[in-house]
Design a protein around this ligand. Structure first.
Ligand SMILES: NC(=O)c1ccc[n+]([C@@H]2O[C@H](COP(=O)([O-])OP(=O)(O)OC[C@H]3O[C@@H](n4cnc5c(N)ncnc54)[C@H](OP(=O)(O)O)[C@@H]3O)[C@@H](O)[C@H]2O)c1
Length: 275
């Protein structure tokens, strides 16, 4: 399995396909992540808010893989934003993961109503300079949030992890992200499986002898996007990373892109105000 790497900053690359663990119960996480590592994933995406960082760390240790071969992302919970709280929150995540260094740390949501993402970013920059985090980034940032952050940032975010799937492609946010030199990372890349039933997806799947999920993931990859599909089903875990034996044609890419109906599944980041 040869998953391409995407360059984030000097000396830091991220595998373009990762394994997401949102909504995997803590007691199932170690086993699921072990399965993903066996299937060839070398990039795991968790968050403090998922409550399962300890299971991710345990699976990596049990796998026996050299630490530098597995790329680990976690995220700062909204309620921990702020100059006085972000560092301690990072230390808690680092301890639960059982890692000395986190590969990528993200501000989970901008939560603009609190006005704290710039001071939070400054804590991220310090942790990055100290070597505790290899790359720092953001998630759910809309163009205005990126523009405001960039006015104050010394380090450009490595990625913006946003909701992207065929029925919600966010072309404007993707473009603004790329214009700042930030890599787009698609969360809910399958639209939580709701984007798999479209005729354009199913007919491409039939044409290539692959699953609808493989078609949708391939659609992302051919646009240079990082994907982090989640599954607890062994066969899906395996097939969701088996994406390199076929290529979608331009008409197939266009047909899937035309499914965009601008309907979010997740909260609007401008108003998402939970802890
Ligand atoms: N930054 C953020 O705010 C944010 C928000 C949401 C998600 N994320 C990240 O993105 C990751 C992925 O997003 P997500 O979990 O919401 O959605 P997703 O990956 O788009 O979809 C997951 C759903 O699709 C099903 N599925 C997976 N592979 C399939 C296949 N081959 N065929 C049919 N169904 C399949 C899974 O079922 P089974 O598990 O039952 O197989 C699960 O119900 C998360 O785990 C998390 O790491 C980040």
């Amino acid at each position: 399995m040869s998953v391409p790497d995407i360059a984030l900053e000097t000396g830091v690359t991220i595998p373009q396909v990762g394994y997401g663990v949102f909504q995997i119960p803590p007691e199932q996480t170690q086993e699921s992540v072990e399965r993903a590592l066996e299937a060839g994933y070398r990039h795991i995406d968790t968050a403090a808010g998922y409550g399962n960082e300890a299971g991710v760390g345990a699976a990596i240790r049990v796998s026996g893989l050299p630490r530098e071969e597995v790329f680990v992302t976690t995220k700062l919970r909204n309620g921990d934003q702020g100059a006085r709280t972000a560092r301690q929150a990072f230390e808690n995540s680092r301890e639960l993961l059982g890692l000395d260094v986190v590969d990528l740390y993200l501000i989970h949501w901008p939560r603009p109503s609190r006005g704290q993402y710039v001071e939070t970013w400054q804590v991220f920059e310090q942790l990055h300079a100290e070597g505790s985090i290899r790359a720092i980034g953001v998630s759910n940032f809309l163009p205005d949030h990126l523009a405001h952050l960039m006015e104050h940032a010394e380090v450009t975010p490595a990625v913006n992890q946003i909701e992207v799937h065929p029925s919600f492609a966010q072309p404007g946010t993707q473009q603004a992200t790329r214009e700042h030199g930030i890599v787009v990372e698609a969360y809910a890349p399958l639209g939580q499986a709701q984007d798999l039933a479209h005729a354009a997806v199913r007919s491409a799947a039939k044409a290539h002898g692959v699953s609808p999920a493989q078609v949708v993931l391939r659609w992302h990859l051919q646009q240079g996007t990082i994907v982090i599909p989640k599954s607890v089903t062994p066969e899906r875990i395996r097939s969701n990373i088996d994406l390199f034996g076929f290529e979608l044609s331009e008409p197939q890419m266009d047909a899937i892109s035309s499914l965009d109906s601008d309907q979010r599944m997740f909260p609007d980041p401008q108003n998402a105000d939970f802890d």
